[in-house]
Ligand binder design. Structure first.
Ligand SMILES: NC(=O)c1ccc[n+]([C@@H]2O[C@H](COP(=O)([O-])OP(=O)(O)OC[C@H]3O[C@@H](n4cnc5c(N)ncnc54)[C@H](OP(=O)(O)O)[C@@H]3O)[C@@H](O)[C@H]2O)c1
Length: 253
């Protein structure tokens, strides 16, 4: 039986690093890499493991995209060793400043698609399988100016924790990863090209996608359910647990 790792958001940033690290490991026989950028998927396939890599060009916000992944699973009937939900986006703007489409894409990708991917993959998992859901430390507290994204990541945290408990009996490890700033193209897209990278404290505490992928894979293999990446994010997590959220909102506003 072919054991696969299925990665969403594999065309860039954290998801791409997962693909690179898994291609160099023995965790799975095949890598299924999901993204909308078909050209980038083909480049990665050629560079990584041409015989063991399946590019899946699919828009996770579109019914067709989800149906394509479902039909591939039904046809090949693999065992999914690892599902990594890394696809995600958000826009740094007020709710009123975002278009309906931007809000809809954020919620569809970050919440809807992630949930459906988990549901779709469960029948193909066994007691050695794992799920890694990439949330964000933004999900620890409400964030004015990034409200939709932060709320979507709160959903990912809540959903992943409950799913981990549901799947414990089956031996399936669910890890929710909460990074702070990571040096990928995310920030450029989130600010619609206004900012290339992070500044100030965010720049000082930022991590690389290589680090996030490494830490996440290790955490999942150890059965960790929730990880905040880096000291500053661990402190934020602690503050969100013990301080009134309104205080923190007033501080970051
Ligand atoms: N970078 C940070 O500072 C940071 C911090 C905390 C958490 N995160 C989270 O980390 C995850 C990865 O982000 P990143 O930093 O690696 O950003 P990124 O480089 O912008 O990657 C985002 C990925 O999501 C995919 N994607 C977006 N919409 C999609 C859709 N509708 N259908 C299929 N794929 C879609 C993109 O692929 P295509 O464009 O090819 O479709 C891309 O591969 C996200 O969930 C993000 O929220 C990031």
């Amino acid at each position: 039986m072919t054991r696969i790792a299925l990665i969403t958001g594999a065309t860039s940033g954290i998801g791409e690093q997962f693909a690179r690290q898994l291609a160099a490991s023995q965790i799975c026989d095949e890598l299924w890499m999901v993204g909308r950028n078909g050209g980038k998927l083909e480049v990665l396939k050629a560079e990584l493991l041409p015989q063991r890599t399946a590019p899946v060009c699919a828009d996770l916000c579109a019914t067709d995209g989800m149906l394509l992944i479902e039909s591939m699973l039904k046809e090949h009937k693999p065992v999914i060793s690892l599902l990594i939900n890394s696809a995600g986006l958000g826009f740094r703007d007020s709710v009123a400043g975002q278009s309906m489409e931007e809000i809809s894409d954020t919620l569809n990708t970050n919440c809807n698609a992630l949930t459906l991917m988990c549901r779709m993959c469960l029948p193909y998992m066994d007691g050695k399988s794992g799920i890694i859901n990439i949330a964000s430390s933004a999900g620890f507290i409400p964030q004015p100016g990034f409200a939709v994204y932060a709320a979507s990541k709160s959903y990912v945290i809540s959903f992943s924790r409950a799913l981990a408990a549901e799947l414990k009996e089956r031996g399936i490890r669910v890890t929710c990863v909460c990074p702070g700033p990571v040096t990928t193209g995310f920030q450029y897209k989130a600010t619609k090209g206004k900012t290339e990278g992070f500044t100030g404290i965010r720049a000082m505490t930022s991590k690389t996608p290589v680090e996030i992928a490494e830490i996440s894979l290790k955490a999942n293999s150890r059965g960790r359910r929730l990880i905040s990446v880096g000291t500053s994010q661990k402190l934020l997590h602690l503050a969100a647990k013990i301080l009134p959220h309104q205080w923190i909102i007033n501080m970051i506003k």
